[in-house]
Write a protein that binds this ligand. Structure first.
Ligand code: XUL
Ligand code: CO
Length: 437
Protein backbone atom coordinates (compact mmCIF):
# COMPACT_ATOMS: atom_id res chain seq x y z
CA UNK A 1 0.00 0.00 0.00
CA UNK A 2 1.18 3.53 -0.80
CA UNK A 3 0.58 6.06 2.00
CA UNK A 4 1.61 9.21 0.13
CA UNK A 5 0.35 8.52 -3.42
CA UNK A 6 0.35 12.17 -4.48
CA UNK A 7 4.02 12.67 -3.57
CA UNK A 8 6.74 11.68 -6.07
CA UNK A 9 10.39 11.22 -5.11
CA UNK A 10 11.50 14.70 -4.09
CA UNK A 11 14.02 16.03 -6.66
CA UNK A 12 16.84 18.56 -6.35
CA UNK A 13 15.63 21.58 -8.31
CA UNK A 14 18.45 24.08 -7.67
CA UNK A 15 18.41 27.37 -5.72
CA UNK A 16 15.55 28.88 -7.74
CA UNK A 17 13.27 25.86 -7.84
CA UNK A 18 9.62 26.83 -7.46
CA UNK A 19 8.29 23.29 -7.18
CA UNK A 20 7.03 23.10 -3.58
CA UNK A 21 8.07 19.48 -3.06
CA UNK A 22 11.66 19.88 -4.28
CA UNK A 23 15.03 20.70 -2.73
CA UNK A 24 16.73 23.99 -3.45
CA UNK A 25 19.97 23.20 -1.61
CA UNK A 26 20.15 19.48 -0.86
CA UNK A 27 21.84 17.73 -3.75
CA UNK A 28 22.89 14.47 -2.08
CA UNK A 29 25.52 13.31 -4.56
CA UNK A 30 27.20 16.72 -5.00
CA UNK A 31 30.75 16.75 -3.63
CA UNK A 32 31.79 19.55 -1.29
CA UNK A 33 35.09 19.51 0.60
CA UNK A 34 35.85 16.00 -0.67
CA UNK A 35 32.63 14.44 0.62
CA UNK A 36 29.14 14.20 -0.85
CA UNK A 37 26.47 16.30 0.84
CA UNK A 38 24.79 13.05 1.84
CA UNK A 39 27.95 11.90 3.64
CA UNK A 40 28.51 15.24 5.34
CA UNK A 41 24.99 15.54 6.69
CA UNK A 42 24.02 11.88 7.25
CA UNK A 43 20.36 12.82 7.65
CA UNK A 44 17.84 10.61 9.37
CA UNK A 45 14.06 10.49 9.63
CA UNK A 46 12.99 9.82 13.22
CA UNK A 47 10.08 7.41 13.56
CA UNK A 48 8.91 8.66 16.96
CA UNK A 49 7.22 12.01 16.40
CA UNK A 50 6.97 11.66 12.65
CA UNK A 51 5.04 8.41 12.60
CA UNK A 52 3.74 7.73 16.11
CA UNK A 53 2.34 11.07 17.18
CA UNK A 54 -1.34 11.43 16.38
CA UNK A 55 -1.71 15.12 17.22
CA UNK A 56 -2.95 14.63 20.79
CA UNK A 57 -1.76 17.16 23.36
CA UNK A 58 -2.68 17.89 26.97
CA UNK A 59 -5.55 20.10 25.86
CA UNK A 60 -7.04 18.03 23.09
CA UNK A 61 -7.57 14.79 21.25
CA UNK A 62 -6.00 13.19 18.15
CA UNK A 63 -6.01 15.39 15.08
CA UNK A 64 -3.99 13.60 12.40
CA UNK A 65 -6.09 10.51 11.58
CA UNK A 66 -3.08 8.64 10.19
CA UNK A 67 -4.05 5.51 8.24
CA UNK A 68 -1.02 3.72 9.69
CA UNK A 69 -2.20 4.33 13.26
CA UNK A 70 -5.62 2.70 12.91
CA UNK A 71 -4.41 -0.66 14.25
CA UNK A 72 -2.04 -1.02 17.18
CA UNK A 73 -1.30 -4.77 16.82
CA UNK A 74 1.73 -6.15 14.96
CA UNK A 75 0.06 -5.66 11.56
CA UNK A 76 -0.58 -2.03 12.48
CA UNK A 77 3.03 -1.57 13.56
CA UNK A 78 4.26 -3.00 10.26
CA UNK A 79 1.98 -0.61 8.38
CA UNK A 80 3.50 2.28 10.34
CA UNK A 81 7.01 1.12 9.50
CA UNK A 82 6.07 0.81 5.83
CA UNK A 83 4.72 4.38 5.81
CA UNK A 84 8.04 5.46 7.37
CA UNK A 85 10.12 3.75 4.72
CA UNK A 86 8.01 5.31 1.97
CA UNK A 87 8.71 8.73 3.48
CA UNK A 88 12.45 7.99 3.77
CA UNK A 89 12.61 6.72 0.17
CA UNK A 90 10.72 9.67 -1.31
CA UNK A 91 12.88 12.16 0.61
CA UNK A 92 16.04 10.34 -0.48
CA UNK A 93 17.47 10.43 3.06
CA UNK A 94 20.04 7.71 3.87
CA UNK A 95 19.07 6.93 7.51
CA UNK A 96 16.21 6.43 9.96
CA UNK A 97 16.14 6.06 13.76
CA UNK A 98 13.60 4.56 16.17
CA UNK A 99 12.62 3.74 19.76
CA UNK A 100 11.68 0.12 20.56
CA UNK A 101 8.07 1.03 21.39
CA UNK A 102 7.70 3.12 18.22
CA UNK A 103 7.49 -0.13 16.26
CA UNK A 104 5.95 -2.82 18.50
CA UNK A 105 2.54 -3.28 20.17
CA UNK A 106 2.29 -2.20 23.82
CA UNK A 107 2.78 -5.05 26.30
CA UNK A 108 3.51 -5.62 30.00
CA UNK A 109 4.83 -9.11 29.38
CA UNK A 110 8.64 -9.38 29.31
CA UNK A 111 8.48 -12.42 27.00
CA UNK A 112 6.03 -10.83 24.61
CA UNK A 113 8.21 -7.70 24.47
CA UNK A 114 11.18 -9.84 23.50
CA UNK A 115 9.33 -11.73 20.78
CA UNK A 116 7.77 -8.56 19.32
CA UNK A 117 11.25 -7.03 19.10
CA UNK A 118 12.60 -10.09 17.32
CA UNK A 119 9.74 -10.16 14.81
CA UNK A 120 9.97 -6.43 14.11
CA UNK A 121 13.75 -6.57 13.71
CA UNK A 122 13.21 -8.94 10.79
CA UNK A 123 10.59 -6.71 9.21
CA UNK A 124 12.78 -3.61 9.59
CA UNK A 125 15.73 -5.50 8.13
CA UNK A 126 13.70 -6.45 5.04
CA UNK A 127 12.52 -2.88 4.46
CA UNK A 128 16.05 -1.50 4.95
CA UNK A 129 17.43 -3.90 2.39
CA UNK A 130 14.70 -3.15 -0.17
CA UNK A 131 15.15 0.61 0.20
CA UNK A 132 18.94 0.75 0.73
CA UNK A 133 18.23 2.59 4.00
CA UNK A 134 20.57 2.52 7.02
CA UNK A 135 19.94 2.87 10.76
CA UNK A 136 21.51 5.93 12.42
CA UNK A 137 20.47 4.89 15.92
CA UNK A 138 18.14 2.73 17.92
CA UNK A 139 17.01 3.33 21.49
CA UNK A 140 14.68 2.08 24.20
CA UNK A 141 11.87 4.30 25.42
CA UNK A 142 12.39 4.27 29.20
CA UNK A 143 10.03 7.14 29.95
CA UNK A 144 6.61 6.47 28.36
CA UNK A 145 5.27 3.43 30.24
CA UNK A 146 3.71 4.12 33.65
CA UNK A 147 6.23 1.80 35.35
CA UNK A 148 8.79 4.56 34.69
CA UNK A 149 6.84 7.33 36.39
CA UNK A 150 9.65 7.71 38.98
CA UNK A 151 12.42 7.12 36.44
CA UNK A 152 13.97 3.97 34.96
CA UNK A 153 17.62 3.62 36.06
CA UNK A 154 16.89 6.09 38.87
CA UNK A 155 13.65 4.45 40.01
CA UNK A 156 13.40 3.70 43.74
CA UNK A 157 12.38 0.15 42.72
CA UNK A 158 15.18 -2.19 41.52
CA UNK A 159 12.64 -4.33 39.61
CA UNK A 160 11.92 -1.31 37.44
CA UNK A 161 15.68 -0.78 37.00
CA UNK A 162 15.79 -4.40 35.80
CA UNK A 163 12.92 -3.85 33.33
CA UNK A 164 14.86 -0.94 31.88
CA UNK A 165 17.85 -3.27 31.49
CA UNK A 166 15.56 -5.77 29.71
CA UNK A 167 14.47 -3.12 27.20
CA UNK A 168 17.97 -1.83 26.58
CA UNK A 169 19.22 -5.38 26.04
CA UNK A 170 16.69 -6.04 23.30
CA UNK A 171 16.75 -2.57 21.75
CA UNK A 172 20.54 -2.82 21.49
CA UNK A 173 20.27 -6.31 20.04
CA UNK A 174 17.89 -4.99 17.37
CA UNK A 175 20.17 -2.01 16.70
CA UNK A 176 23.14 -4.33 16.25
CA UNK A 177 21.26 -6.76 14.01
CA UNK A 178 20.18 -3.85 11.81
CA UNK A 179 23.72 -2.46 11.51
CA UNK A 180 22.85 0.64 13.58
CA UNK A 181 25.75 3.06 13.88
CA UNK A 182 24.80 4.41 17.32
CA UNK A 183 22.71 3.53 20.35
CA UNK A 184 21.04 6.45 22.19
CA UNK A 185 20.19 6.81 25.87
CA UNK A 186 17.90 9.68 26.69
CA UNK A 187 16.99 9.79 30.37
CA UNK A 188 13.51 11.23 30.01
CA UNK A 189 12.56 10.68 33.64
CA UNK A 190 16.04 10.27 35.12
CA UNK A 191 15.75 13.24 37.42
CA UNK A 192 13.38 14.41 40.10
CA UNK A 193 10.04 16.13 40.53
CA UNK A 194 10.65 17.10 44.15
CA UNK A 195 13.67 16.85 46.42
CA UNK A 196 11.30 16.10 49.30
CA UNK A 197 11.15 12.42 48.26
CA UNK A 198 14.52 12.11 46.49
CA UNK A 199 17.89 10.71 47.56
CA UNK A 200 20.19 12.43 45.04
CA UNK A 201 23.32 10.48 45.93
CA UNK A 202 21.46 7.16 45.60
CA UNK A 203 19.87 8.07 42.25
CA UNK A 204 23.13 9.29 40.70
CA UNK A 205 24.80 6.06 41.82
CA UNK A 206 22.03 4.01 40.20
CA UNK A 207 22.41 5.96 36.94
CA UNK A 208 26.18 5.45 36.97
CA UNK A 209 25.68 1.72 37.59
CA UNK A 210 23.11 1.46 34.79
CA UNK A 211 25.43 3.15 32.29
CA UNK A 212 28.28 0.84 33.30
CA UNK A 213 25.98 -2.17 32.73
CA UNK A 214 25.08 -0.78 29.29
CA UNK A 215 28.75 -0.29 28.36
CA UNK A 216 29.69 -3.79 29.57
CA UNK A 217 26.77 -5.25 27.64
CA UNK A 218 27.87 -3.48 24.47
CA UNK A 219 31.21 -5.29 24.71
CA UNK A 220 29.60 -8.62 25.66
CA UNK A 221 27.42 -8.33 22.57
CA UNK A 222 30.24 -7.18 20.32
CA UNK A 223 28.17 -4.17 19.22
CA UNK A 224 30.58 -1.74 17.56
CA UNK A 225 28.30 1.32 17.36
CA UNK A 226 28.73 4.44 19.49
CA UNK A 227 26.80 4.85 22.76
CA UNK A 228 25.26 8.32 23.02
CA UNK A 229 23.75 10.11 26.01
CA UNK A 230 21.26 12.81 25.04
CA UNK A 231 21.43 15.80 27.42
CA UNK A 232 18.24 17.65 28.36
CA UNK A 233 17.83 19.88 31.44
CA UNK A 234 14.21 19.16 32.31
CA UNK A 235 10.83 18.22 30.83
CA UNK A 236 9.17 15.93 31.54
CA UNK A 237 10.96 16.02 34.92
CA UNK A 238 11.67 19.22 36.80
CA UNK A 239 15.39 18.41 36.74
CA UNK A 240 17.26 15.82 34.66
CA UNK A 241 20.69 14.50 35.67
CA UNK A 242 21.97 14.75 32.08
CA UNK A 243 21.30 18.51 32.12
CA UNK A 244 23.76 19.62 29.42
CA UNK A 245 27.12 18.74 27.86
CA UNK A 246 29.06 19.92 30.91
CA UNK A 247 26.92 17.86 33.31
CA UNK A 248 27.18 14.75 31.11
CA UNK A 249 30.95 15.14 30.86
CA UNK A 250 31.33 15.37 34.60
CA UNK A 251 28.96 12.40 35.09
CA UNK A 252 31.00 10.29 32.65
CA UNK A 253 34.20 11.23 34.36
CA UNK A 254 32.80 10.59 37.87
CA UNK A 255 31.68 7.07 36.90
CA UNK A 256 34.76 6.12 34.85
CA UNK A 257 32.85 6.18 31.56
CA UNK A 258 34.84 8.76 29.60
CA UNK A 259 35.82 7.29 26.26
CA UNK A 260 32.84 4.91 26.35
CA UNK A 261 29.98 7.32 25.65
CA UNK A 262 29.48 10.47 23.61
CA UNK A 263 26.57 12.88 23.33
CA UNK A 264 23.58 13.20 21.03
CA UNK A 265 22.89 16.94 21.08
CA UNK A 266 19.36 18.20 20.47
CA UNK A 267 19.03 21.83 19.43
CA UNK A 268 16.03 22.70 21.56
CA UNK A 269 17.47 20.89 24.58
CA UNK A 270 20.35 23.38 24.42
CA UNK A 271 17.81 26.21 24.35
CA UNK A 272 15.97 24.75 27.36
CA UNK A 273 19.31 24.58 29.25
CA UNK A 274 19.86 28.29 28.62
CA UNK A 275 22.65 27.68 26.09
CA UNK A 276 22.97 28.35 22.39
CA UNK A 277 23.21 25.21 20.27
CA UNK A 278 26.57 26.55 19.07
CA UNK A 279 27.77 26.45 22.70
CA UNK A 280 26.71 22.83 23.21
CA UNK A 281 28.32 21.68 19.94
CA UNK A 282 31.54 23.60 20.60
CA UNK A 283 31.68 22.30 24.20
CA UNK A 284 31.17 18.67 23.18
CA UNK A 285 33.85 18.99 20.50
CA UNK A 286 36.26 20.62 22.96
CA UNK A 287 35.62 17.83 25.50
CA UNK A 288 35.94 15.08 22.84
CA UNK A 289 32.43 13.74 23.43
CA UNK A 290 30.63 15.04 20.33
CA UNK A 291 28.60 12.27 18.68
CA UNK A 292 25.39 13.13 16.86
CA UNK A 293 22.63 15.75 16.52
CA UNK A 294 18.85 15.83 16.86
CA UNK A 295 17.97 18.82 14.69
CA UNK A 296 14.94 20.85 15.66
CA UNK A 297 14.18 24.20 17.25
CA UNK A 298 11.95 25.79 19.86
CA UNK A 299 9.51 28.65 19.59
CA UNK A 300 10.59 31.90 21.24
CA UNK A 301 7.04 32.43 22.53
CA UNK A 302 6.57 28.94 23.97
CA UNK A 303 8.58 27.76 26.95
CA UNK A 304 8.32 24.01 26.28
CA UNK A 305 9.98 21.60 23.91
CA UNK A 306 8.06 22.30 20.69
CA UNK A 307 10.49 20.22 18.60
CA UNK A 308 9.85 22.18 15.42
CA UNK A 309 11.62 21.31 12.20
CA UNK A 310 14.77 23.39 11.69
CA UNK A 311 14.62 26.56 9.61
CA UNK A 312 17.36 28.64 11.27
CA UNK A 313 20.22 28.68 8.74
CA UNK A 314 22.44 30.99 10.81
CA UNK A 315 22.41 28.78 13.95
CA UNK A 316 22.96 25.59 11.96
CA UNK A 317 25.76 27.20 9.91
CA UNK A 318 27.74 27.92 13.07
CA UNK A 319 27.15 24.39 14.37
CA UNK A 320 28.26 22.91 11.04
CA UNK A 321 31.28 25.21 10.98
CA UNK A 322 32.42 23.68 14.29
CA UNK A 323 31.62 20.13 13.21
CA UNK A 324 33.46 20.45 9.88
CA UNK A 325 36.47 22.03 11.56
CA UNK A 326 36.74 18.89 13.70
CA UNK A 327 36.59 16.55 10.72
CA UNK A 328 32.80 16.12 10.43
CA UNK A 329 30.59 13.33 11.79
CA UNK A 330 32.02 9.89 12.35
CA UNK A 331 29.16 7.60 13.43
CA UNK A 332 26.69 10.46 14.04
CA UNK A 333 24.46 12.48 11.75
CA UNK A 334 21.52 14.88 11.70
CA UNK A 335 18.34 13.22 12.95
CA UNK A 336 14.97 14.98 12.64
CA UNK A 337 13.63 14.45 16.15
CA UNK A 338 11.03 17.07 15.23
CA UNK A 339 7.26 17.40 15.18
CA UNK A 340 4.61 19.02 13.03
CA UNK A 341 2.21 21.49 14.60
CA UNK A 342 -0.92 19.73 15.83
CA UNK A 343 -3.05 21.57 13.29
CA UNK A 344 -0.90 20.49 10.33
CA UNK A 345 -3.13 17.54 9.53
CA UNK A 346 -2.33 17.00 5.85
CA UNK A 347 0.21 14.16 5.32
CA UNK A 348 1.88 16.49 2.77
CA UNK A 349 2.84 18.67 5.76
CA UNK A 350 5.22 15.87 6.78
CA UNK A 351 7.03 16.28 3.47
CA UNK A 352 7.08 20.09 3.60
CA UNK A 353 8.52 19.94 7.12
CA UNK A 354 11.29 17.50 6.20
CA UNK A 355 12.12 19.37 3.00
CA UNK A 356 12.46 22.61 4.97
CA UNK A 357 14.68 20.88 7.56
CA UNK A 358 16.84 19.11 4.99
CA UNK A 359 17.27 22.27 2.91
CA UNK A 360 18.11 24.30 6.02
CA UNK A 361 20.95 21.90 6.86
CA UNK A 362 22.09 21.71 3.24
CA UNK A 363 22.25 25.51 2.94
CA UNK A 364 23.98 25.70 6.34
CA UNK A 365 26.54 23.17 5.08
CA UNK A 366 27.22 25.29 1.98
CA UNK A 367 27.59 28.42 4.11
CA UNK A 368 29.81 26.69 6.69
CA UNK A 369 32.11 25.54 3.89
CA UNK A 370 32.24 29.13 2.60
CA UNK A 371 33.19 30.33 6.11
CA UNK A 372 36.00 27.79 6.21
CA UNK A 373 37.24 28.72 2.74
CA UNK A 374 37.17 32.42 3.35
CA UNK A 375 39.01 31.84 6.67
CA UNK A 376 38.29 35.17 8.43
CA UNK A 377 37.29 33.36 11.63
CA UNK A 378 40.11 30.82 11.67
CA UNK A 379 42.85 33.35 10.96
CA UNK A 380 41.45 35.73 13.57
CA UNK A 381 41.37 33.00 16.22
CA UNK A 382 44.86 31.75 15.32
CA UNK A 383 46.21 35.28 15.57
CA UNK A 384 44.38 35.90 18.84
CA UNK A 385 46.19 33.07 20.62
CA UNK A 386 49.55 33.49 18.85
CA UNK A 387 51.33 34.43 22.09
CA UNK A 388 50.81 30.90 23.41
CA UNK A 389 53.06 29.42 20.73
CA UNK A 390 55.94 31.74 21.61
CA UNK A 391 58.65 30.44 23.99
CA UNK A 392 57.17 32.52 26.79
CA UNK A 393 53.62 31.23 26.17
CA UNK A 394 54.69 27.58 25.97
CA UNK A 395 56.70 27.98 29.15
CA UNK A 396 53.73 29.57 30.97
CA UNK A 397 51.25 26.92 29.83
CA UNK A 398 53.16 23.69 30.07
CA UNK A 399 56.66 24.33 31.28
CA UNK A 400 57.97 23.68 34.76
CA UNK A 401 57.52 27.26 35.91
CA UNK A 402 55.83 28.37 39.09
CA UNK A 403 53.53 31.25 39.81
CA UNK A 404 56.46 33.07 41.40
CA UNK A 405 58.62 32.52 38.25
CA UNK A 406 55.93 34.18 36.15
CA UNK A 407 55.77 37.07 38.59
CA UNK A 408 59.57 37.49 38.45
CA UNK A 409 59.53 37.55 34.66
CA UNK A 410 56.88 40.25 34.68
CA UNK A 411 59.17 42.37 36.85
CA UNK A 412 62.45 41.56 35.08
CA UNK A 413 61.10 42.30 31.59
CA UNK A 414 58.97 45.19 32.89
CA UNK A 415 55.98 43.69 31.07
CA UNK A 416 53.15 46.12 30.25
CA UNK A 417 50.93 44.15 27.86
CA UNK A 418 48.23 45.96 25.86
CA UNK A 419 45.03 43.94 25.21
CA UNK A 420 43.81 43.75 21.60
CA UNK A 421 40.28 44.02 20.20
CA UNK A 422 38.09 40.91 20.38
CA UNK A 423 36.77 41.92 16.98
CA UNK A 424 33.30 40.58 17.65
CA UNK A 425 31.50 42.93 15.26
CA UNK A 426 34.18 42.42 12.61
CA UNK A 427 33.61 38.66 12.84
CA UNK A 428 29.83 38.95 13.03
CA UNK A 429 29.93 41.03 9.85
CA UNK A 430 32.03 38.37 8.12
CA UNK A 431 29.58 35.65 9.19
CA UNK A 432 26.56 37.72 8.17
CA UNK A 433 28.02 38.46 4.72
CA UNK A 434 28.79 34.80 4.15
CA UNK A 435 25.37 33.55 5.23
CA UNK A 436 23.29 36.21 3.48
CA UNK A 437 25.40 36.71 0.37
C1 XUL B 1 12.94 13.79 23.81
C2 XUL B 1 13.92 13.32 22.81
C3 XUL B 1 13.98 11.85 22.48
C4 XUL B 1 15.35 11.31 22.31
C5 XUL B 1 15.39 9.82 22.18
O1 XUL B 1 13.01 15.14 24.07
O2 XUL B 1 14.62 14.11 22.24
O3 XUL B 1 13.33 11.65 21.26
O4 XUL B 1 15.94 11.82 21.14
O5 XUL B 1 14.67 9.17 23.17
CO1 CO C 1 16.05 13.89 20.75
Amino acid sequence: MEYFPSVPEVPYGGPRSDTPLSFRHYNPKETILKRTMEDHLRMSVCFWHTLCWNGRDIFGEDTFARPWLVRSDMEGQKAKVDAGFELVRKLGVPFYSFHDVDVIPATDSPKEYESYMAEMTEHLGRRMEEGGVRLLWGTANLFGHRRYLHGAATSPDPEIFAWAAHQVRHAMKATQALGGENYVLWGGREGYETLLNTDLRQERRQLGRFMRLVVDHKYALGFDGTLLIEPKPHEPTKHQYDYDVAAVHSFLSEFGLLGEMKVNLEVNHATLAGHSFHHEVASALALDIFGSVDANRGDPQLGWDTDQFPAQTDEMTLALYEILNHGGFSSGGFNFDARLRRASTDPIDLFSAHIMGIDTLALALRRAVALIEESTLSSFVANRYRGWSSDFGRHALGGDCSLADLSKQVVESDLRPEPESGGQEHLELAVHRTIYR
